[in-house]
Design a binder for this molecule. Structure first.
Ligand SMILES: *Cc1c(COP(=O)(O)O)cnc(C)c1O
Length: 414
């Protein structure tokens, strides 16, 4: 590590050593260091090329370094990087307008991540109950197997034991019910319940889709019982499922929606979007974020959202998503002992295996393809929404080879 870094890293190994020596061990990382990206391709510090079907975990929805977003960031970096929310920020106002004009929402609060967006939504729910509805209910129902972030309160909201382990005491006020189970949800609503927080499709939990009538059912329950309905669209929003927001295809609107991941085209940003009635619970001083809605992030977000809305990205997501799904289903038929199910929408697709997915992810990586595994057995495919059918075909060939070699090694479904 002697000497100065000259514009690039020498090798993957050099970066792996640095990480191991200096960075907290919160991630199980693969031993490669991507250092450059363009479209659906990444290059690591050894110069190896990868086809990227992870896209920064649903962040790089427009691919790596999308030209319009890069231009906006370059221009913004030379104009104004940061200014406090003590003042008006034109790029923030314009991004809020763009989100509102294309959603159920009336007002937007900006922050820097998905967890923070959910924190804002939870605070808004509580304040709405206390300050507008003048009630004292506080409990929020969330789903088993859900994921809402890693702050202490969003960990409490998350319905997965492995994420809560070792962090007691967690924030009170959350109760988990099974996803897509109307009876258990009705049974769980009590005098203290004030809201339901749900991912329209569970992402980290393994791309679990609800029954078609479940989200409409939640809407009607919330209307009947005066509960707020909050959709966590951090992973499934911003075009991922083929509509700008995932809930559009279920024919329901929430009272609050949270966004992050794909919103900034690769730059950190989060947002809570709400109807006027609910947003009115936040007044000056109720909530804040120093970096929230800063010029750089919101200029990037504006360029990203304009690209998605103006350049056929949603159409491409639906078309190529259908092509990928068909391809995955063909592979599933050829490997019935290995594949339990193919599921998902748009370019949020999953192949649920009868074996652990880790070795297949590694085999693909060695062949120059990045895919992800979640919930142990679920291969998750999250390519940029600009991916082409040719890139999907290339990916399917590699995956087929990885599945075939797993079958030969005795992964026969037992
Ligand atoms: C990723 C994710 C979050 C957390 O986002 P961060 O930016 O990591 O805080 C919250 N909810 C869902 C559904 C997510 O997929």
């Amino acid at each position: 590590m002697a000497g100065v870094r000259k514009g690039g890293w020498e090798s993957n190994e050099e970066v792996v050593c640095l990480t191991d020596r200096y960075v907290m061990k919160t991630y199980g990382r693969f031993p490669i260091a991507p250092v450059r990206g363009e479209g659906c391709r990444l290059w690591d510090a050894d110069g190896r090329e990868y086809l990227d079907f992870v896209a920064g975990l649903a962040v790089c929805n427009l691919g790596h370094c999308p030209p319009r977003v890069v231009r906006a960031i370059r221009e913004q970096a030379g104009t104004l990087l940061h200014v406090s929310n003590l003042y008006h920020i034109p790029w923030q106002s314009a991004l809020a307008q763009k989100i509102v004009e294309n959603s159920f929402g009336d007002r937007v609060f900006f922050c820097n991540s998905g967890a923070e967006a959910n924190e804002a939504a939870i605070k808004l729910v509580r304040r709405y109950e206390h300050e507008i509805r003048k009630g004292d209910r506080f409990e929020i129902l969330t789903m088993e197997n859900s994921f809402h972030g890693r702050t202490l309160t969003t960990v409490a909201a998350t319905g997965q034991e492995k994420i809560k382990k070792g962090f007691d005491p967690l924030a009170p006020g959350f109760r988990h019910v099974p996803f897509s189970d109307p009876d258990r949800l009705l049974a769980a609503i009590g005098d203290e319940t004030c809201a339901i927080l749900v991912e329209p499709i569970q992402g980290e939990g393994g791309i679990i889709c609800p029954a078609d009538d479940y989200l409409p059912f939640l809407r009607s329950v919330c209307d009947d019982r005066e509960l707020l309905l909050v959709f966590d669209e951090v992973q499934v929003g911003i075009g991922r499922t083929g509509t700008l927001f995932a809930h559009e295809s279920f024919g329901v609107v929430p009272d609050i929606m949270t966004l992050a991941k794909g919103l900034g085209g690769g730059v950190a940003i989060g947002a809570a979007v709400a109807s006027e009635r609910v947003a009115a619970a936040f007044v000056p001083g109720s909530h804040a974020s120093t970096f929230g809605g800063n010029p750089l992030a919101t200029a990037a977000g504006l360029a990203a959202l304009e690209t998605i809305l103006e350049e056929g990205v949603l159409e491409n997501c639906r078309k190529v998503g259908g092509h990928l799904r068909e391809g995955l289903e063909r592979l599933a038929l050829r490997h019935p002992g290995l594949v339990r199910e193919v599921r998902g929408r748009g370019l949020l697709l999953a192949m649920d295996l009868t074996v652990a997915g880790g070795p297949i992810v590694e085999s693909c990586m060695h062949q120059g393809l990045l895919i992800n595994c979640t919930a142990n057995t679920v291969l998750r495919f999250l390519p940029p929404l600009i991916v082409t059918t040719a890139e999907v075909d290339e990916m399917l060939k590699t995956l087929e080879r990885a599945l075939a070699s797993t079958s030969e090694e005795g992964g026969n479904g037992s």
